[in-house]
Design a protein around this ligand. Structure first.
Ligand code: F6R
Length: 611
């Protein structure tokens, strides 16, 4: 949550920062602000989007070669101009941008109030910068030392950047729990929550680690930790193209990302899967591969869409690897004293690799001796780094807040891991293993075909765009797809939607069905097909409006459904990668027709770095 960008170097800082903040708006977009050193230390901030802030800035007054900027997802205090970042210190000599939460901010604030400080905002971040200034004044020390001392006293998560009126050549940054990347250019430095604001200027980056402080002073980068121990920056080269983070002619990132899926799924399999040679290699899972093979159970933790991918994986692992799988909401797992023993295996799934609850669930399991495998999309992210081993999804940057291509890439990676384990364990026949490898290679072209349903799905969207509620039903591998379809619709179109296992409908949700209720069935030809057909009849009998996703050539369901969407045939275990496509498109078109902000739905943020 919240995006931060800072710049120091020969360019106009505000231009770099505003452009960068726009790229980070997926992390939060309820207010934005920027601090610049132009004559004095000036802060410009405003409720609303980065473009609202940009419209209020008068270019000629902004000449500054150093600056910090922020786009906010509110945690402490409502979204308004005062609570927007950056925040001044009491003397207005310092300014801070902060992503994260300071948990002991109220006691710190009370201490400062007792000393006569006052506050303009309700945020924990303003307390943070006043606290730093108080330490600097009391100890008569450098800003660098005051920041370090403050960090030993605050509890919580932070990625911060601080600038000072007295030192135009310096920025100080630090991280614990929230991401921060430093881009190194020629005589210039860029700091940001992720690499997207940086890559058009440089591909040399340093990922800051927890408890590290970066001091950029007179064109030099130094690192130390909060215990005052210096370290050498580890410079990595980014492998990311600028075009991957631009819309490329699509109206929204979400639509671009939906249409990218044939390619992102292929990218995910590239170099790993070769059906012809019967080869399946996952370079990131080597040393601990046997832990997966010999596990007595697998715990999967994730949130949201990634949790849905985990549910599909549960079916897959149990069917082919014959190992019990528990799929846990990370937020519940971490607080319920779960039973974890030395050597247990956990798979953590996360697009961003920064989700706070998933990270905390990992830390908990690790502290009890579990081996963690990360399935992340963002390279170098916190979850990727704290996992023992893992496999990246390689879907490329996902910018639309609603997750689409990350989901299908997660399914691809999880299926590859499961097949690898099943093959090693001998719980799958050679024939079935090869069949699935071949079919996985066919998935990108089947997804391509499913995307051709675009025009047809627009008609369905047109018909149901004003519905108040939706039900999504599926069984077996398609049950998590029903959950995912419902989540996509509610998060971007604000229509209430529920996903259910189709057979559960008669234990309650059937009471909701009347002639107004659209019911989306994911009813592809699989082992529960006949049972799903019976569920469709139950809905029809109560006058519900059936929209059915079926396997192409289905002759039966078209006679019952108001709308039928035919997807290409594939193996039942791989069907979620195909059957989810029309549901992504349906939610997209309904949201567009309802004039919703598809890429930045209200109240949401892409990367949930608070619990
Ligand atoms: C839904 C969505 C969220 C995320 C969830 C987990 O479209 O994007 O539900 O899936 O916040 O995020 P990651 O995968 O980054 O851990």
């Amino acid at each position: 949550m919240c995006g931060i960008v800072a710049y120091i170097g020969p360019r106009k800082a505000h231009e770099v920062i505003i452009k960068g903040l726009k790229r980070l708006e997926y992390r939060g977009y309820d207010s934005a602000g920027i601090a610049l050193l132009n004559g004095s230390l000036n802060i410009y901030k405003k409720k609303g989007r980065v473009s609202d802030l940009e419209n209020t800035l008068e270019d000629e007054k902004l000449a500054s070669r150093v600056g910090i900027g922020h786009t906010r997802w509110a945690t402490h205090g409502e979204p308004n101009d005062e609570n927007a970042h950056p925040h001044y210190s009491f003397s207005k000599n310092l300014a801070i941008i902060h992503n994260g939460i300071i948990e002991n901010y109220s006691s710190l604030k009370q201490e400062l109030l007792n000393k006569g400080y006052s506050f303009k905002s309700e945020t924990d971040s303003e307390v943070f910068i006043q606290f730093i200034e108080d330490i600097q004044v009391n100890n008569d020390c450098s800003l660098e030392e005051a920041v370090r001392l403050a960090l030993t006293k605050v509890v919580g998560a932070y990625a911060i950047v601080i600038m000072s009126k007295d030192d135009p050549n310096m920025l100080i940054a630090a991280r614990k729990g929230s991401p921060l990347v430093i881009g190194i250019g020629k005589d210039e430095f860029f700091l940001a929550s992720d690499a997207t604001p940086i890559i058009e200027y440089t591909n040399e980056v340093v990922y800051l680690n927890d408890y590290e402080i970066a001091i950029i002073d007179n064109n030099e980068l130094r690192l130390k930790n909060t215990q005052d121990v210096a370290s050498t920056p580890y410079i990595q080269t980014l492998d990311m193209e600028l075009e991957a983070i631009e819309k490329g002619g699509y109206e929204h990132f979400m639509l671009k990302e939906i249409f990218e899926q044939p390619r992102s799924i292929s990218d995910c399999m590239r170099g790993r899967l070769n059906a012809n040679k019967g080869r399946l290699v996952l370079g990131g899972i080597r040393e601990y591969a046997n832990k997966l093979v010999n596990a007595d159970r697998i715990i999967i933790v994730a949130c949201g869409t990634s949790w849905h991918a985990g549910l599909v994986a549960e079916y897959f692992f149990e069917e082919f690897c014959r190992v019990p799988v528990e799929v846990e909401y990370a937020s519940e797992f971490r607080y319920r004293n779960p039973i974890i023993k030395e050597g247990d295996v956990m798979i953590a799934i996360s697009q961003s690799g920064e989700t706070a609850d998933t990270l905390a669930a990992i830390e908990l399991a690790k502290s009890k001796g579990a081996i963690i495998f990360g399935v992340c999309n963002v390279v170098g992210s916190s979850i990727a780094r704290v996992s023992h081993e893992g496999a990246y999804t390689h879907a490329g940057p996902e910018i639309g807040v609603a997750s689409t291509k990350a989901f299908t890439a997660q399914l691809t990676v999880l299926s590859m891991i499961a097949l690898r384990v099943a093959h090693k364990k001998g719980t799958i026949t050679e024939r079935r293993y090869h069949e699935l490898l071949v079919e996985m290679e066919n998935i990108p072209s089947k997804v391509e075909k499913a995307l051709e349903l675009d025009a047809q799905i627009k008609l369905v969207a047109e018909r149901f765009k004003d519905a108040k509620n939706f039900l999504y039903l599926g069984r077996g591998y398609n049950f998590p797809v029903a959950l995912e379809g419902a989540l996509k619709l509610k998060e971007i179109s604000y229509i209430h939607a529920e996903g259910y296992p189709a057979a559960e409908m008669k234990h309650g949700p059937i009471a909701l069905i009347d002639e107004e209720m659209p019911v989306v069935f994911i009813a592809t030809r699989d082992s529960s097909y006949d049972k799903v057909v019976s569920n469709i009849q139950e809905v029809k009998a109560r006058k519900g409006k059936v929209i059915a996703v079926v396997t192409e050539g289905d002759a039966l369901i078209p006679k019952m459904a108001e709308f039928v969407i035919e997807v290409p045939k594939t193996d039942e275990a791989l069907m979620p990668m195909v059957s989810v496509i029309p549901l992504q498109l349906l939610s997209y078109y309904i949201a567009v027709m309802r004039d919703c902000n598809v890429d930045q739905p209200r109240n949401l943020a892409k990367s949930v770095t608070v619990e």
